[in-house]
Design a protein around this ligand. Structure first.
Ligand code: NAD
Ligand code: UGA
Length: 448
């Protein structure tokens, strides 16, 4: 199939490259000329395992990038909308969705034959039918369900795992206003045999996406609240508590051969310094605001957000156990991206932690295996020094704070071993064994 992907960010680029890998003819469209040029020269604008290899394999063949949206609509059978849907402080910001819908609609004026328009961005329930569809009809002068179809196909990839998640999905949700647009999407996904495919209406597809993200975010905040209580109780470690919960038959499955296996959802039942990223924070806020607007307040999600906003401050509290004032204290932050294996720093807990430390007068340096350029866009040289390696990050500091679960950080106990004096070590993710570091502090644990 000939597919255009409108918006070539994390989701759009991965989608485009992976559909090319499945044999489709893909045009990735973006307003950002630099991104388009990078893609056409085989360079991925984002750090995502395996993405650049696939990009190089298909660019110039089944894949190309362009800034020409009308041309891309003309030359393809289906357009996937994958532009950003940020939270504007009050509600979901649909301005990019609306702008692209209008542009696609205008392009459809002169297009002969049926065209599918499918929203891949995460949008609140009702957006596809009540916002996108009317804009397309008004701009094209044509009728939805006759001249073009409107669908909703949410994306469930996790950053850092995106290519694998896309090529080997756990489910494919195909929302649509009618069978024609659902069937068209089903042909697009023909190359994914054996995967559960759900055929639903557009609002259900939209709702599935938010519900999945809200559940994961809720488990994280629940674990953080339990961790905070463990700290207050003293003499209890949240790791031991959660281990005791994880082994229940609800969270550990016994296989026919007797092996006990933990489903991945258990990885969200862990205390830490809070969730970040371009999805959980904005999606939970958008859903809660949408509920409020519909007179269906979402008290549970409000609490999930409140707990998450407070969580980075737990790091500051742990540091203050060791320093009466943080003024002039040299602190190293390990991990700047919002999760490992990505350079994405959107809403990373590292940002509020660093800001609070700067406010307290600390001297802060940071280290991340791949997010250095992103960090420089957020913090000036005066605010944040950047270390070139992990061992560099551990040099001449009074305290170290681990914010992201990068595998590389497992080497910290070995690297700290011969230092004298030892820096205070605050484990914001409970990644390391507390017995392997002399001055260890962790979320959800306070010695008696
Ligand atoms: P992003 O900000 O990385 O990318 C959006 C892209 O759209 C940018 O490159 C931007 O230049 C482009 N764009 C904006 N206006 C445009 C226009 N008029 N025409 C063409 N291009 C335009 O965003 P993202 O992280 O890829 O997220 C996109 C959507 O997917 C969001 O709704 C998000 O919630 C959802 N989502 C994201 C993830 C993720 O892991 N990042 C996972 C699942 C779903
Ligand atoms: C998340 C979901 O996991 C994906 O299924 C979904 O498709 C995606 O959002 C989306 O809608 O965009 P992502 O945000 O990329 O994926 O990464 P996660 O691994 O889920 O991490 C999100 C945040 O939660 C990170 O900041 C991570 O550190 C944090 N987290 C995760 C915790 O604080 N505690 C945990 O136990 C697990």
């Amino acid at each position: 199939m000939r597919v255009s992907v409108i918006g070539t960010g994390y989701v759009g680029l991965v989608t485009g490259v992976c559909f090319a890998e499945k044999g489709h003819q893909v045009t990735c469209v973006d307003v950002d000329q630099a991104k388009v040029d990078a893609i056409n020269s085989g360079v991925s604008p984002i750090h995502e395992r395996g993405l650049e290899d696939l990009l190089k394999k298909h660019v110039g063949g089944l894949l190309r990038a362009s800034t020409d949206l009308p041309g891309a609509v003309q030359q393809t059978d289906l357009s996937l909308i994958a532009v950003g849907t940020p939270f504007n402080g009050r509600e979901i910001d649909l301005s990019y969705i609306k702008a692209v819908s209008k542009e696609i609609g205008l392009a459809l004026q002169t297009k002969s034959g049926y065209h599918g328009v499918v929203v891949k961005s995460t949008v609140v329930p009702g957006t596809t039918d009540e916002v996108v569809c009317p804009i397309l009809e008004a701009a094209s002068g044509k009728k939805a369900g006759v001249d073009f179809g409107v669908g909703m196909n949410p994306e469930f990839l996790t950053e850092g795992e995106a290519v694998n998640d896309f090529l080997f999905p756990d489910r494919i949700v195909l929302g649509g206003m009618d069978n024609t647009i659902i069937d068209q999407q089903a042909s697009l996904y023909e190359g994914f045999p054996g995967v559960d495919v759900l055929h639903v209406n557009n609002k259900t597809a939209e709702m599935i996406k938010y519900t999945a993200n809200a559940l994961q975010a809720m488990l994280i905040s629940f674990s953080n609240e339990i961790g905070n209580l463990c700290t207050a109780v003293k003499g209890v470690d949240v790791l031991d508590v959660m281990r005791g919960v994880h082994v229940s038959r609800y969270l550990t499955v016994e296989m026919p051969d007797g092996r006990r296996v933990q489903p991945q959802i258990v990885s969200f039942l862990a205390a830490g310094c809070g969730f970040g990223g371009s999805c959980f924070p904005k999606d939970v806020k958008a859903l809660a605001a949408h509920g409020q607007r519909l007179h269906a307040p979402m008290d549970l999600l409000d609490a999930v957000l409140k707990i998450n906003e407070q969580q980075p401050q737990k790091i500051i509290q742990l540091l203050k156990k060791h320093f009466t004032s943080l003024k002039g204290v040299r602190i190293s932050i390990l991990g700047l991206s919002f999760r490992p294996d990505t350079n994405d720093m959107r809403e990373s807990p590292a940002i509020p932690i660093i800001r609070s430390l700067l406010q307290e007068g600390a001297v802060v340096k940071g280290y991340d295996p791949v997010a250095t350029d992103e960090a420089r866009k957020i913090f000036s040289v005066q605010e944040l020094m950047l270390s070139g390696s992990l061992s560099d990050a551990l040099e001449k500091v009074d305290a170290v704070v681990l914010v992201t679960r990068w595998d590389e950080f497992r080497a910290v106990p070995e690297l700290l071993k011969n230092k004298n004096p030892q820096p205070v070590f605050v484990d914001g993710r409970r990644l390391l064994d507390k017995t392997t570091i002399e001055r260890y502090e962790g979320i959800g644990f306070e010695a008696k």
